[in-house]
Design a protein around this ligand. Sequence first.
Ligand code: AOF
Ligand code: ZN
Length: 357
Amino acid sequence: MRLALQLAEGTKGQTGANPAVGCVVVKAGRIIGVGTHLRRGEGHAEVHALDMAGRESEGATVYVTLEPCSHHGRTPPCSERIIAAKAAKVVIAMQDPNPKVAGQGIARLREQGIGVAVGVLEQEARALNEDFIAFITSGLPYVTLKTASTLDGKIAAKSGDSQWVTGPKARELVHTLRHRHNGIMVGVGTALTDDPMLTTRLSVPGLSPRRIVADSRLRLPLTSRLVSDNASGTIVLTTERADRAKLRELEKAGVRVIVSGAGPQVDLRLAMRRLAELEISSILLEGGGRLNGAMLQARLVNKLRLFFAPKIIGGASAPVSFELEGWERMADAVQLDRMEVERVGGDLCISGYPIYP
Ligand code: AOF
Ligand code: ZN
């Protein structure tokens, strides 16, 4: 199962809205097949592993990190494939949270007399697909909020200079995070000041997420890189109050515009629902402070990854990672659950899951 989890872990970020899944087939103490789900729409992990095992899979034990599916989706059901292969036993890390499966794959295998064990390395399997689990059960993208600030919470100096806050190791890790999400989101303020590309630029090849800009008044220039570079798709979130002519121009330039709400600000919850419908299952939120604050206030953030450089820059007007109205009492603060602290090069990364007041 540990090997199956490692196989799955390696594909994190390349399966779109699908989970990362690994499978290992064992017979008489020997591994006879390994497989992993490589791409949405293509073969599931079990299919690859059983293809490799071939006729030997009769009487074998199948280890798989997620319950074999029972539904006819983009591919035929894996539970039927396992039954056809005449495997004797299936060891599963966790039940599939997808309502289309949700135990039916397990039931189908048992019905056919196959021995099934569930819950082996379940915690690890849940952590691996924490984003998929939340997405498939909530209909909202899993949002990871990432910041890179000084110890005093500044994301730039008062002059606006922000190159660089954190060091090369932390910046490389951020690009790995981009690869592992299928959306990346900023506010239009960030797009206007930095003209960012928001692509994945690693020392090794990686996938670029879809770029999402919250822009209630459609201020994103047609000449910005996000509109004109074609490096990855761009989606703009706006409101019914936005200028129709500008909206059409953006669409003509290939940008998808999502009109979300009639208020002065983008209805973020509605926008997230629309993004989930477009199969954006995970989003790396890269600020700035106002969008971070608004997403946190709307309780739309699932995970925090806060990078801190060992620096103090000061400046009352220097931008900070979080701008929000705030709460009156310290007891009402958003708290970090399951906090982890790690050193990344010369910087620090604090991760955790927000508990909302
Ligand atoms: C498995 N093995 O390797 C994966 C599973 O659209 P489809 O047909 O690819 O189905 C996607 C759903 O299948 C996905 O939401 C999840 O419930 C399950 N993924 N199941 O048995 C796999 N990737
Ligand atoms: Zn399947």
